[in-house]
Design a protein around this ligand. Structure first.
Ligand code: S3P
Length: 436
């Protein structure tokens, strides 16, 4: 686990330049997992060298998969086949990663051997019944702590059967866990989603040669299939780019180009929300990167106005609310968020973390169980707690650029889980941000 560390953010200059954002976290987790399960050798380019995705890679090494790192952000994975994983001795540490733990729960529930998944302080408080529930229906045996919390003690050697499952919460992690278990189950597994979520598992299983049918809100596969090695190009992470989209939008005089950012429509809700607010963001050099749409995003400062965030956008911007709150803080007129109760069970309670932090900088924020209204105003200096949540820390580093005094952001080491060298990139672009 990372040690405590603070940042001090203060008024910086206009942001300028061209930035290369690191690889997508969701895609990097899945690329390592599926390459490990494939027959043959796969190369992953653009792999996110973050703590979360490295934790997943380390787990597969412990499960007997050989992996090389010929250069940073590249992995060569020697797949062992769907039946080739071996029991690890000792617990498997997912670090801060909900994606790692929930997807692995589905995969490991189907193995012949037992496994124990553990996580850091934040992950140890996150709900796991949403995965253990449907997996048990399939025949899996997983013990949790009281309240459905990690560690997950997974009893292998169970025969699984396919299910037709309708998600109770919009969650790509739950969908993916069920589909991965479904790969090993007798018969067909179907997942239905009232609100479509990111479809990387479906797209990537297809790229690995799995016969899977999917459309927004629906996925179906048959058990007993094998994966064929393939090379994966990971696009730049939209969720990391999001902080610079907001920062350049609200800092006068800014203009940034973010190169080749992944624009999967299930991820880009913030782009739509920012455009509704009046942001000036254009897409250039559109192309495809490993089957995913990518484009350069060019963002220029523009006056923003408060909006009611359309509820239909919430699943497509679920990781972007910390950044959205900062955009709202700098807008003209209040911004209303509803239908986002899931934010309370992310790496921290993101509604509370953002509301409390903005209040500490002098704003009024009214919280509801599933959202908040943010009333913009001049930001003062002050101290905010990121609660060890990477996205809260990065969001307040932006708020600090507009604050009248210094903003001390507590407990920021977990930024390394998703965005190594964020502070280097941000200061290079014009942020005033230092370790404190
Ligand atoms: C993710 C799905 C989302 C998202 C997380 C990554 C994934 O979580 O918040 O950062 O890679 O599938 P939920 O499935 O809990 O919504």
């Amino acid at each position: 686990m990372s040690s405590k560390q603070d940042w001090i953010a203060s008024a910086g200059r206009a942001l300028r330049g061209t930035l290369d954002i690191p690889g997508d976290k969701s895609v990097s987790h899945r690329a390592v997992m599926f390459a490990a399960l494939a027959d043959g050798t796969s190369t992953i380019d653009g792999f996110l060298e973050g703590e979360d995705t490295r934790a997943t890679a380390a787990i597969f090494s412990r499960l007997g998969v050989q992996m090389e790192t010929p250069s940073p952000s590249r992995r060569v994975v020697h797949g062992v086949g769907v039946d080739g994983l071996k029991a690890a001795d000792g617990t498997l540490d997912c670090g801060n990663a909900g994606t790692g733990m929930r997807l692995l729960a589905g995969l490991l529930a189907a193995q012949r051997f037992d496994s124990v998944l553990i996580g850091d302080e934040s992950l140890s408080k996150r709900p796991m019944r949403r995965v253990t529930g449907p997996l048990s229906t399939m025949g899996a045996r997983i013990d949790t702590e009281e309240g459905g919390l990690p560690p997950l003690r997974i009893h292998g050697g169970q025969a699984l059967s396919g299910i037709d499952y309708t998600l109770e919460v919009a969650s790509a992690q739950v969908k993916s866990a069920v589909l991965l278990a479904g790969l090993y189950a007798e018969g067909e597994t179907v997942v239905r989603e009232p609100h479509p979520t990111r479809d990387y598992t479906e797209r990537m299983l297809k790229a690995f040669g799995v016969d899977i049918a999917f459309s927004p809100g629906f996925a179906r596969l048959r058990g007993g299939q094998r994966l064929k090695a393939t090379d994966i190009a990971v696009p730049a992470d939209f969720s990391s780019a999001a902080f610079f989209l907001v920062a350049a939008s609200i800092i006068p005089g800014s203009e940034l180009r973010l190169r080749a950012v992944g624009l999967n429509p299930r991820r880009t809700g913030l782009l739509q929300a920012l455009r509704l607010m009046g942001a000036d963001i254009t897409e250039e050099n559109a192309s495809e990167h490993g089957g995913e749409p990518v484009a350069d995003l060019v963002v220029r400062h523009a006056p923003l106005r408060g909006i009611e965030v359309p509820e239909a956008l919430v699943p497509d911007m679920i990781d972007e609310f910390p950044a959205l709150f900062v955009a709202a803080a700098a807008a003209d007129g209040p911004t209303v968020v509803r239908g986002a109760a899931e934010l309370r069970v992310k790496e921290s309670d993101r509604l509370a973390s953002m509301a409390n932090g903005l209040r500490a900088l002098g704003l009024r924020v009214d919280e509801t169980p599933d959202g908040a209204t943010i009333f913009p105003g001049p930001l003062q200096g002050g101290a905010v707690d990121s609660h060890g949540d990477h996205r809260i820390a990065m969001a307040f580093s932006i708020a600090g650029q507009l604050a009248a005094g210094e903003v001390r952001i507590g407990d920021v080491a977990n930024v390394a889980t998703s965005f190594p060298n964020y502070d280097g990139l941000a200061t290079g672009a014009g942020f005033a941000l230092r370790k404190g």
